[in-house]
Ligand binder design. Structure first.
Ligand code: ZN
Length: 265
């Protein structure tokens, strides 16, 4: 079952308030079109009725697609600072789901590894990577390796991390976008041959020893091993990035004011 809720949104550009329907939980088995929307980035896209500012509200969501072994807790990006505390709660939430599930569903849950993501963008990435057919932890290891190898180029962009956007070139390459930590906007694109991901898989034990949290914890992200807090954005970059936060193509990531009226679909 999926649950929806009427939520009051606040336009980040003009402050206008309006009501929108957002999901509390998505059962992908019953709502196939929702998964398509998440994958193509149109999920819960809103536009301010007053000034037409684009918005993709950030909120709590539980996404499950048991046929694909996916059970994902989404929390707003603003809560990522509390990663340790939030991550500790994921197994118990998953356990409660298992306990309350009908026997036929519980059988599927035994194959599921609970995941945690922060924000709509990471949820989209989680589903995208699952379709690559490569373990998510290895994709994150590939990002960390690329990050090291491309450090001279990426360093000129200020603090960034890489986000997977699926495959291109008839499936030959995996595509990654460099995201600026300061404003969340795209800064560049990196392609990695899928064969390189295969080579990584052959060294899984080596990477598992180097980055154990990626293989053992619900939050499977290279950002666990980044140190933005210790490396604040230099003033030059803060100024330069500021101009890119509100381009017509950008979608403001937040805007949820409060919510009520939960119901099921
Ligand atoms: Zn507005």
């Amino acid at each position: 079952m999926s649950k929806i809720r009427t939520t009051e949104l606040c336009c980040p550009a003009c402050g206008h308030l309006w009501q929108a329907i957002l999901f509390d939980s998505v059962n992908a088995t019953r709502l196939l079109h929702v998964t398509d929307q998440i994958l193509d980035g149109t999920f819960e896209r809103e536009r301010c009725p007053e000034c037409e500012e684009a918005l993709q509200p950030e909120h709590d969501l539980l996404y499950s697609d048991l046929a694909r072994g996916l059970w994902v807790v989404m929390r707003p990006p603003a809560t990522r600072e509390a990663l340790e505390r939030i991550e500790e709660t994921v197994p118990s939430v998953f356990g409660a789901t298992c306990d309350s599930a009908p026997p036929i569903v519980r059988a599927h849950l035994t194959d599921v590894i609970p995941r945690l993501v922060f924000g709509q963008r990471e949820l989209r990435e989680c589903l995208t990577v699952e379709r690559l057919g490569v373990p998510a932890a290895l994709v994150e290891c590939a990002k960390l390796r690329m990050f090291r190898e491309l450090l001279p180029e990426l360093a000129t962009l200020g603090p960034t991390h890489l986000l997977s956007e699926g495959v291109v070139h008839d499936g030959a390459d995996a595509r990654f976008v460099a995201i600026r930590a300061a404003v969340g906007g795209p800064a560049g694109v990196v392609h990695l041959p899928m064969t390189a991901l295969g080579e990584l898989a052959e060294k899984e034990s080596e990477y598992r020893a180097r980055y154990p949290a990626l293989f053992e914890r619900p939050y499977v992200s290279m950002r666990r091993y980044m140190c933005y807090v210790a490396c604040p954005v230099p003033p030059f970059w803060a100024a330069r990035c500021a101009g890119h936060g509100n381009t017509p193509e950008s979608v403001h990531p937040s805007g949820v004011r409060n919510s009520s009226h939960a119901s099921s679909v």
